[in-house]
Design a protein around this ligand. Structure first.
Ligand code: DC
Length: 222
């Protein structure tokens, strides 16, 4: 029987960095489900669709193939019609498109089995918004990771600047606030802690402290 750990929380809470390191430590596979929504956001953006073109996005689903794979370093890559788009999905524009397409029920249904199948065969730490509530309701450990919007915006800003992108902190903060609102107010699978999730706040903590805090919670629950 494989074991699943679900980590949910808002954009920029440090889920992916913390979950990746914790997975390495525990020998689990790390699955970043946001990359799937981003790949669909990218596909829609390439077609010239906007956040309002719901019917067009739904129609597009039967024409695209989205897959998760792992490279030789065991890092996750996301493939759109066989093309590795892992780098292309990390822009602020695609973040907003991902949030928009993720509110479409057909998009969520399209990605559900893919996510569940990964957890059937492997021990996973899966991060997203609805992993503990919808995708893996029987996950052995459920964590809801959060931090203040300012702290999350600062982390995302530093990440993008490090990648050489020309971005403004104020823009990132307003994106974070807008995305939080959209993700937690949508009708389907809104961002919220599962009833039995452990809530962990990482505001003002460095990475090492957060990872250790999470590993302690996971080891206690496993
Ligand atoms: O985690 P992320 O920032 O890469 O996610 C991008 C968008 O995808 C985010 O705005 C919400 C959506 N998402 C979702 O609705 N459900 C998930 N399990 C993961 C991401």
């Amino acid at each position: 029987m494989s074991v699943a750990i679900a980590i949910d929380g808002p954009a920029g809470a440090g889920k992916s960095t913390i979950a990746r390191l914790a997975a390495k430590e525990l020998g689990f596979i790390y699955v970043d489900t946001g990359a799937l929504y981003r790949a669909i956001g990218l596909a829609a953006s390439r077609k010239g669709y906007t956040a309002d073109d719901k019917e067009a996005v739904i129609g597009m689903l039967s024409t695209i193939k989205v897959e998760l794979a792992f490279n030789e370093k065991q890092e996750q890559i996301v493939l759109l019609d066989g093309e590795d788009v892992s780098g292309l999905i990390r822009t602020p524009e695609i973040s907003m498109m991902a949030s928009a397409v993720s509110a479409i029920p057909e998009v969520r249904a399209f990605l559900l089995d893919l996510q569940r199948n990964m957890a059937h065969t492997e021990n996973v730490i899966m991060d997203g918004r609805d992993i503990g509530t919808v995708v893996l309701p029987d996950a052995k450990v459920k964590i809801f990771l959060s931090a203040s919007p300012e702290c999350r915006a600062r982390r995302r800003y530093d990440e993008l600047v490090e990648k050489g992108m020309d971005v403004k902190y104020e823009d990132i903060l307003s994106d974070v606030v807008a995305r939080d609102y959209a993700d937690s107010h949508r009708d389907i699978a809104p961002l919220k802690p599962a009833d039995n999730a452990i809530i962990v706040d990482t505001s003002g903590e460095d990475l090492e402290t957060s990872v250790n805090k999470l590993l302690t919670v996971m080891r206690e629950q496993l």
